[in-house]
Design a protein around this ligand. Sequence first.
Ligand SMILES: [Zn+2]
Length: 413
Amino acid sequence: MITKGKVYLIDVTNRDGVQTSRILLPKLSKTLLNLYLDEMGVYQSEIGFPTLKHEVNYINANLELVELGAFKRIHLEGWARAIPEDVELAFKNCPKIKHLNLSVSTSEIMIQGKFQGRKTWDDIVKGMYNAVKLAKELGAETVGFNAEDASRTELSRLIEFILAGKEAGGDRFRYCDTLGCEDPITIYERIHTLALATRFPIEMHCHNDLGMAEAVSVAGAQGTIEAGVDSYINTTVNGYGERAGNADLVSTILALKFSHGLKEKCPLDEHVNLKMAWKIAKYASYAFNIPIPINQPGVGANAFAHESGIHADGVLKDRANYELYSPEDVGRGEPELLETGRIITTGEYGGIKGFRYVYSKLGIEFHDDNEARNILELVQYANLHTQKPLTDDELKFIATYPDIVRQILTVTP
Ligand SMILES: [Zn+2]
């Protein structure tokens, strides 16, 4: 009998989201996002690039947070190219890294266009095999191996690629719809074939160039689940990602939980807490400095707004007339208090009195002046680093993990 698989979420905001043109995220905000994703029950966060110098302190600090018990369950995973040199460098820079995803192009168009005769198909498979094997030897607990441009790669080649990665000790295969060219029916059939042929967990990594990132992600997941193996969907918060973006985290969860066809067929990891949607979407919007569109599923300003006569009347009688899910399901409904009178803040140019006042309102007192001055200095630097008012959670995090924050803020060119 085939045992049914489950759908797990791997959020790639801190890798695909941040590498996107013209949008930026400070390392402190990346850390807060990792913490929120953990609180939300997301299985894994792709936290960044362990081979990139300016990421190293931030990544090591987050791995330290794992040891300190700041994370409940989430895997913190680094992205690197599927070549032994990158794997070696990743472990040299971040010796405590336990989870990696290793990527290489697999389509003929990219092999020809990018490597221009320097690599054949056999080199690609062999390089990935060696990289996965080395990562395991160097201490990785889980390794995903990514086929970049999988959508434009023949299935026979992908099967060969998956079986090689499986033999090397890999744990998941990432199917990258790098150009966003898939449609739900085609991807369902392709993924179902791959899952049946290999009996191996598949990650869906889909881009939104045709406006179907979530649709193709859940269709692919269904193809995996129906073959009896686990599926992993790559998401980003608010869909931030290369070009038109990636599959949006909240929309993907909503599709799995509330669409008529999928809620029975694709069981979602039971740790996922949709009530965190509002908090994480608002924070990402603030930290990235990008407003949430008014019509964004679940978290847009109009997601539960009704005005036209028939709709307003219907929803007032019974919200189920015009709402598929309720504001409470996505963590909305609480009024947000906005101070309209006198306000004291702390930050880049703050002094000790204002600083102590702000923290006392958060319920945090300091043992002595020395400790307070030490945290104040970090708050000044953190604010210099984020260039926008620090949130309550950021202030609490700085006071709770001062040494970790110092490491995150240290970037030496
Ligand atoms: Zn991508």
